[in-house]
Design a protein around this ligand. Structure first.
Ligand code: EPU
Length: 440
C-alpha cells in the first residue's frame, strides 16, 4: 500500500488495440458498499471487488473500527463482519490517503451515534469541500464539532429531515443516505446526485433491510428502520463505467477494434454519444458487451463536464487525448473541479496544442502526438497520459504510477492483452543500455 516511487510505465505507441477486455467492479461503488456494510451485525459478502490500492485503504479504515475482514483477491470478494464495532475513529493517516474514506462518517453516526473522522482536506484536482456532508448530518440531529482536524459527530438520536443540496454531490448524498438509514422517520434528500454508484448503494442498503426509494433521481427518500431490521447480505458490485470509458478511449485512440465486456452500456450514454460524434463506431453485441472501433482522423466535439447523466468529469482527460489529434478545434469546460486539467502540461510536452483559460480548454487538433517522459499527477490524468502514449509515435515513460494503481486494476496486463506495448519497470532495476524486463 506504500507509494512506490520507483515504478514507471514504458509505452510504445502506434499499435491498434484489438481483442477483448473485461471490466472490473466499480471503485466508486465498492468503497461505499464497504462502509455501508458496518451498518449491520454479521458477515456481509461483497463480490466483484477490484484489486486496487483504494480498496485496501478502505479495508484498513473499517478494520480499525473493530470489524473482521477477509479480502479474497483471487475470487474478487470481501467478507466484512461488523458484529463488533470497538472504535468510532477514522484516523488522519488513512483518510488523508483517500478522501473517499470520509464516507465512514455517515455509516458510523448511523450505527454508533458517534464518529470521529479526520477531515480529508483538498486534493490535487480541487478544493473538494465537505460542508454539504456536515450540514446534512446536522439536519438529522447530529451535533458536529470540528477540532484538531477531525469532525466529531455525536447524536443521542437521529431524526429524519429534509435536506437540500446546493450541488448534487455524490459523497454528500451517500453520507446523508447512510446516516438516515437508522434515523427515526423520513429523510428526503433533494437535488441528490443521480450517479449509478448511488443506485448501487441504495440497492445494497435495501437488500440489507433498509428503506430507500428514488435513488437515480434527484429526490431520494429514506424511511429510517431500527437496527434489528438490518441483516448481512451477499451482493455484487456494478461494473466500473470509468474504467470502461478509459478502455473505449484507448481503443479509439489507437484506431483499434475491441470488445469491452462486463459493462452496463446505459451508464455511459453521454460519453458514447460524444465518441460517436467523433467518428468512433460502437456496437452493442450483448446486453453487457460492446464492440468499439475507429478508423481515420476523428472529428472534434465540445462538451461541459456535469454531474450524471452529463459528461463525466472522470473521463474528461480521456476525451482531451482524443481531441488532441482530431480534425479541428474542440472546447472542454470543466464544471465540477477547479483544477482538473492536470494532464495539459504533459500533453503539450507530447505535442498537443492546448490553450487553457481557467476551467476552459481549447484543443486544436495536431496530426500526431510524439513520445515524452511524463508524470501522473492524479488518477484520471495519469490514465489519460497512458492512452496518449499508446497513440503517440515513439516510446514514452509515465512516472508516479501509484496514482494510476489507485483506480485501475491490472491496467498494463489488460492493455497488453489487447496488444498494447506497455511494460511496468522499476527504475532501481534499470540495466545499462536499456530497461530490465523484470517486473517487480
Ligand atoms: N462539493 C462541495 N461541498 C461538499 C461536497 C462537494 O463544495 O460538501 C463540491 C466539490 O468540491 C466538487 C463538487 O462538489 O467540486 C462535486 O463533488 P462530489 O461530492 O460530487 O464528488 P465526490 O463525492 O468527492 C465522487 C467520485 C469522484 C468523481 C466525483 C464526481 C468517489 C470516491 N469519488 O467524488 O471520482 O469525480 O464524485 O463525479 O466516488 C475518481 O474516481 O477519480 C474521482 C475523483
Amino acid at each position: 500500500m506504500e507509494k512506490n516511487l520507483d515504478e514507471k510505465f514504458i509505452v510504445t505507441g502506434g499499435t491498434p488495440l484489438k481483442g477483448e477486455v473485461s471490466i472490473g467492479g466499480a471503485k466508486n461503488a465498492v468503497l461505499k458498499l464497504m462502509a455501508a456494510a458496518i451498518l449491520t451485525k454479521g458477515e456481509t459478502l461483497i463480490h466483484n471487488v477490484p484489486d486496487l490500492t483504494d480498496v485496501e485503504i478502505m479495508l484498513n479504515v473499517i478494520q480499525d473500527l473493530g470489524t473482521k475482514t477477509h479480502y479474497d483477491k483471487e475470487h474478487k470478494n470481501i467478507r466484512i463482519d461488523a458484529t463488533d464495532i470497538t472504535s468510532v475513529t477514522a484516523k488522519y493517516e488513512l483518510v488523508s490517503k483517500m478522501r473517499a474514506s470520509f464516507i465512514i462518517l455517515g455509516a458510523l453516526v448511523s450505527r454508533c451515534k458517534e464518529a470521529i473522522v479526520a477531515l480529508p482536506g483538498g486534493c490535487a484536482i480541487g478544493e473538494r469541500r465537505v460542508d454539504f456532508h456536515i450540514k446534512g448530518l446536522e439536519a438529522l440531529g447530529a451535533d458536529i464539532k470540528i477540532e484538531n482536524g477531525y469532525v466529531h459527530a455525536k447524536a443521542t438520536k437521529l431524526t429524519g429531515a429534509e435536506v437540500y443540496l446546493d450541488i448534487p454531490s455524490v459523497g454528500a448524498t451517500e453520507n446523508i443516505m447512510l446516516a438516515a438509514i437508522l434515523a427515526e422517520g423520513e429523510t428526503r434528500i433533494q437535488n441528490a446526485a443521480r450517479e449509478p454508484e448511488i443506485i448501487d448503494l441504495a440497492n445494497f442498503l435495501n437488500a440489507m433491510g433498509a428503506e430507500v426509494s428514488g435513488a437515480g433521481t434527484s429526490d431520494i427518500i429514506i424511511n429510517g428502520v431500527t437496527q434489528d431490521k438490518l441483516h448481512p447480505i451477499e451482493y455484487t458490485t456494478i461494473p466500473d463505467r470509468i474504467e470502461a470509458g478509459t478502455f473505449m478511449t484507448a481503443v479509439v485512440a489507437t484506431r483499434g477494434k475491441a470488445v469491452i465486456k462486463n459493462i452496463f452500456p446505459a451508464h455511459l450514454t453521454f460519453f458514447n454519444n460524444k465518441l460517436l460524434k467523433m467518428g468512433a463506431n460502437i456496437k452493442l453485441i450483448e446486453p453487457t458487451a460492446i464492440e468499439v472501433s475507429a478508423k481515420g482522423r476523428l472529428n472534434t466535439v465540445n462538451f461541459v463536464t456535469q454531474p450524471y447523466p452529463g459528461f463525466p468529469t472522470d473521463l474528461q482527460s480521456m476525451a482531451m487525448v482524443l481531441l488532441s489529434t482530431a480534425n479541428g478545434v474542440g472546447i472542454i469546460t470543466e464544471s465540477l473541479y477547479e483544477n482538473r486539467f492536470m494532464q495539459v502540461p504533459d500533453l503539450r510536452r507530447m505535442g498537443a496544442d492546448i490553450h487553457q483559460d481557467r476551467n476552459h480548454a481549447i484543443i486544436k487538433g495536431v496530426k500526431k502526438l510524439t513520445s515524452a517522459a511524463v508524470s501522473a499527477s492524479d488518477l484520471r490524468a495519469g490514465a489519460s497520459l497512458v492512452v496518449a502514449a499508446l497513440m503517440a509515435e515513439g516510446t514514452s515513460e509515465i512516472n508516479n504510477l501509484y496514482h494510476i494503481d489507485r483506480g485501475y486494476e491490472n491496467f498494463e496486463y489488460k492493455l497488453k492483452a489487447l496488444g498494447g506495448k506497455i511494460e511496468r519497470i522499476n527504475t532501481s532495476q534499470i540495466v545499462e543500455g536499456g530497461y530490465n524486463e523484470a517486473r517487480i
